[in-house]
Design a protein around this ligand. Structure first.
Ligand SMILES: Cc1cc2nc3c(=O)[nH]c(=O)nc-3n(C[C@H](O)[C@H](O)[C@H](O)COP(=O)(O)OP(=O)(O)OC[C@H]3O[C@@H](n4cnc5c(N)ncnc54)[C@H](O)[C@@H]3O)c2cc1C
Length: 349
């Protein structure tokens, strides 16, 4: 059982900034995300796009914003459960919560902050009989740790950036990489397409187009796949089959948690972004209220106010006096200390 003060569902920009604001209040956070990496939409959909409306940053790449948020929160030692979807919630008699993921990992916290954005990103799956049987037995929809594929035979299917980029990356790690796509043309970045064609000429990627994986073989684990290419069946040995057909967001199981939902978003009180269930908050793109804007800076504001109420729930009767970080400095949980400049402290005192 993972125990924490604030359990954050969703490691997008809103969830990541919550770690910092909670840390200032000496509250510890743990984040669950269905994706294999933190950053939410910023890292999954547009990591290389510049954002122009983050206060203080005239221009910042979405991927760099994620990196900076992780760096800013690092001193408060957040925990992560990645590649797992929060599925069920149980309220205990003492008012605390247990959240369980689709992989059975249990988390216990007095406060739950849903920062689930558009919902958990679910992989689009190809229509293949028995696909589910081979999940985690050689069929994977995300690549969490490329080392898993060292010296293995890997079949990747898809025509976008993910399929191209991972084929290129794994060409140096796996013993054999086969990229299968149902068209001859790819949707991904031009330089990635060129690189794949280059690696094909060097014999480092086996490119099969226009074709589709139609069957998976193997007793317990994936041992091979059948690829249909222009009416012909090709049987190929494989240890892993990785369909990378993109992700679609779904509010999913959270919509069954008894929360008030309006147009696929969670209704909140704008006082502190608490939902209709005391102790459960919803912040960032996942919530709705009059005048709601789905912007990163709005998520940051909501996270900040939410943490104040979380503090009161976790420390009943204790008063918190807001202090500027320029005055108080920042005490990390890892023993680090960022001092407030003496001149500022003197000027304010
Ligand atoms: C192309 C594009 C450009 C954009 N440009 C801008 C811009 O210029 N400026 C701006 O302010 N905003 C922009 N946005 C919007 C911005 O990205 C969102 O407002 C922001 O990402 C919301 O952050 P979030 O943390 O609330 O949610 P998200 O970033 O959506 O993250 C939510 C996370 O929660 C996870 N999750 C959800 N449910 C579960 C569950 N049950 N279990 C586990 N994990 C779960 C998801 O996997 C996801 O990683 C843009 C969006 C797009 C798509």
């Amino acid at each position: 059982m993972i125990k924490t003060d604030i359990l954050i569902i969703g490691a997008g920009p809103t969830g990541l900034f919550t770690v910092f604001e909670a840390g200032l209040l000496k509250l510890k956070c743990h984040l669950i995300d269905a994706l294999a990496q933190p950053g939410g939409q910023c890292s999954e959909i547009y990591p290389k796009k510049p954002i122009y409306d983050i206060p203080g940053f005239p221009e910042v790449l979405a991927g760099d914003l994620t990196k900076n948020l992780l760096e800013q929160g690092k001193q408060f030692e957040p925990g992560f459960t990645l590649g797992e979807r929060a599925d069920t919630i149980e309220k205990l008699e003492d008012g605390t919560f247990i959240v369980t993921t689709n992989k059975g990992t249990k988390h216990h916290a007095p406060v739950v902050a849903i920062a689930g954005g558009l919902g958990s990103f679910e992989p689009r799956k190809p229509k293949i009989d028995n696909l589910e049987f081979y999940e985690d037995k050689g069929v994977e929809y995300f690549i969490k740790d490329p080392e898993v594929y060292r010296n293995k035979k890997v079949v990747i299917s898809g025509g976008g950036d993910s399929a191209l980029d991972w084929s290129i990356f794994l060409a140096d790690i796996a013993s054999e990489v086969t990229l299968v796509h149902r068209r001859n043309e790819f949707r991904g970045a031009l330089d990635s397409v060129e690189k794949v064609r280059e690696l094909k000429l060097l014999g480092k990627i086996n490119l099969v187009t226009p074709a589709e994986v139609t069957t998976i073989h193997g007793n317990q684990n994936v041992e091979g796949v059948t690829i249909e290419k222009e009416g012909e069946n090709i049987l190929l040995e494989a240890d892993h089959f990785i369909p990378l057909f993109g992700l679609s967001p779904k509010l999913g199981p959270i919509s069954n948690w008894g929360l008030e939902i309006e147009k696929n978003a969670i209704k909140v009180d704008t006082l502190d972004y608490q939902t209709n269930i005391p102790g459960i908050f919803a912040i960032g793109d996942v919530n709705t209220y009059e005048g709601k804007l789905k912007l990163i800076l709005c998520g940051f504001h909501e996270a900040t106010l939410m943490c104040q109420s979380a503090y009161k729930i976790i420390n009943p009767g204790k008063k918190y006096v807001l202090k500027y970080t320029t005055v108080s400095g920042v005490d990390g949980f890892d023993g680090s200390r960022k001092e407030a400049p003496k001149a500022v402290v003197q000027a304010i005192n």
